[in-house]
Design a protein around this ligand. Structure first.
Ligand SMILES: [Ca+2]
Ligand SMILES: [Ca+2]
Length: 200
């Protein structure tokens, strides 16, 4: 009976791990929005700030986003910011027209302030027109905010962003995993108890 229970718990724990690993990332392609629209809370689970849609750039069909404050050239002092209502484990975004000013994504563990927990950056050549679909990504436990910007100011050249993707581990599978571990610990304790009784 105890052995059967342990087997079931190991199965549950493994299901939990498999479910967490297989969480499907969500991608926002912005294509359902018109051009010139402020992107804020139109999409579940995320809130954008300093972002507006762009529809007239042939290199990033049909809708991408740029910053409101500096259009194609957001800097670290005025980045596009995305916050998550539940912690993400991975965030990626496609960059178009990437040039020598580069692009960077910073990941933080709080919606405001917090610690820098991961970052990624990528650089193109000269004005970089047409250097499209360049992927940058961050991965860490507990991502509650990312900031997108150009790290350098070598020229006035700009970038656009598209296909914002994030992966939030499902709470149900995490809870199942935790339940499995707790049951295993309890059964281990009970079995050790029964062995002591037999030895006495
Ligand atoms: Ca798009
Ligand atoms: Ca460019």
């Amino acid at each position: 009976m105890v052995r059967k229970l342990i087997g079931a718990c190991v199965g549950l724990a493994m299901m939990g791990m498999a479910g967490t690993a297989n969480a499907v990332p969500m991608t926002i392609d912005f294509d359902g929005l018109a051009g010139g629209v402020s992107v804020t809370n139109q999409f579940a689970g995320v809130t954008f700030s300093n972002a507006v849609t762009l529809s007239d750039l042939s290199s990033s069909p049909p809708i991408s986003i740029i910053s409101i404050s500096s259009a194609f050239t957001p800097k670290s002092v005025d980045p596009i910011i995305v916050t998550f209502s539940t912690a993400a484990a991975m965030v990626s975004v496609l960059v178009n027209d990437l040039g020598e000013n580069g692009v960077r994504i910073d990941a933080y563990d709080a919606a405001v302030g917090g610690n820098l927990i991961d970052f990624d950056s990528l650089f193109g050549v000269s004005s970089g027109v047409g250097n499209n679909n360049q992927l940058i990504s961050v991965a860490s436990l507990n991502i509650f905010r990312v900031e997108l910007y150009q790290p350098l100011s070598l020229s006035g050249d700009g970038i656009t962003f598209d296909d914002f993707t994030f992966d939030i581990p499902e709470p149900s599978t995490l809870a199942l995993f935790a339940t499995g571990l707790a049951l295993l610990a309890f059964l281990g304790w009970r079995r050790r108890g029964s062995v002591q009784v037999k030895a006495a």
